[in-house]
Design a protein. Structure first.
Length: 324
């Protein structure tokens, strides 16, 4: 127990420092800020969710005492709660069959475990991204006009500092940035949470501390109900006001989740390709450089959810040759 508490304190201190680094204004602090859940996720996956919970409470309390209550609340919502809950879900399993007793007085054979589906974990990541994005927006105001005006003033100050010459050009940039800011924030939150969880799992697996087998990420699939929620969110986007703004964020977050599912589809469809690594590397590079191909990946994920592309492809593949 002492080791768990020490690991929790170290992870909490690292996460708190990474989170608070945003106050420095240095560019590298932005990356540290978004990767702040990583130490707590490592503690959760390697030493159990209790470790992440202890570290998160200690870190949030310290930030509240030193920097104030808003930092404490923001840390809990953006870092501590996602790290603890996602770590808990990643280690959640249930036995497929009861334990089989062994003969001659030996210990019973442990049953096989069914682990919490990775697709549902991805959906939870989208939920936490929505929670952080919507909470951040509601701190600006409680109606669409107030929130838009606050974002407009913020971007206006940033662009003024950048010494943009033309006022008309500045206004066009500000209007465009205000439009895409909520959606970009949701996409970035999902991306960073996913990367943090993947890195934490990789590090703990390499160190031998990951208490579950590595999942088959090619089989990641969102729950069927996600598609219905996405359709409802798209419909509410046309309602206007704050409801339309929130629905747009929900739709963007779910589309990003389907884009990540689309990458899993791409990994499956390239299984038979001899140059698989090249094509996958090119696909990731194009998405990172141009960003907009994420829409194509989301369409691929949606098509798989509707038509079962992966299942059809795997059924059509010839069986592997027997090993002599």
């Amino acid at each position: 127990m002492i080791a768990i508490v020490l690991i929790a304190m170290a992870a909490g201190a690292a996460s708190a420092l990474m989170f608070a680094s945003i106050a420095s204004g240095v560019l590298i602090s932005l990356a540290l800020f978004y990767l702040a859940p990583l130490p707590l996720m490592m503690a959760a996956l390697g030493w159990g969710p209790l470790s992440a919970g202890i570290g998160g409470i200690a870190a949030a309390s310290s930030l509240g005492i030193i920097l104030g209550l808003p930092y404490c609340i923001a840390f809990v919502i953006m870092v501590a709660l996602p790290a603890w809950w996602l770590g808990h879900l990643a280690l959640l399993g249930r036995p497929i069959a009861p334990a089989v007793p062994a003969g001659n007085g030996a210990a019973p054979v442990a049953p096989d475990l069914e682990w919490y589906p990775v697709g549902r974990i991805l959906l939870w990541i989208a939920v936490f991204a929505l929670l952080t994005t919507i909470t951040a927006l509601l701190t600006l105001g409680t109606d669409a006009a107030t929130i838009t005006a606050a974002m407009h003033r913020g971007w206006q100050r940033i662009l003024d500092l950048g010494e943009v010459s033309s006022t008309a050009e500045t206004e066009q940039w500000v209007d465009a940035l205000v439009t895409i800011t909520p959606d970009t924030a949701a996409i970035w939150a999902i991306t960073t949470l996913t990367i943090s969880l993947w890195l934490a799992a990789r590090i703990t697996a390499t160190s031998g501390r990951l208490h579950r087998p590595w999942p088959d990420l090619k089989s990641v699939a969102l729950p069927p109900m996600t598609l219905a929620v996405l359709c409802a969110a798209i419909a509410f986007c046309f309602s206007g006001g704050l409801l339309a703004m929130l629905a747009q964020i929900v739709a963007t977050a779910l589309m990003m989740a389907y884009a990540l599912s689309g990458f899993a589809v791409l990994h499956t469809l390239t299984l038979s390709s001899k140059s698989r690594a090249f094509w996958l590397g090119c696909s990731y590079a194009i998405v990172v450089v141009f960003v907009w191909p994420l829409l194509l990946m989301a369409i691929l994920g949606l098509a798989d959810a509707v038509f079962g592309i992966r299942q059809r492809y795997l059924r059509s593949r010839p069986p592997p040759l027997p090993v002599s």
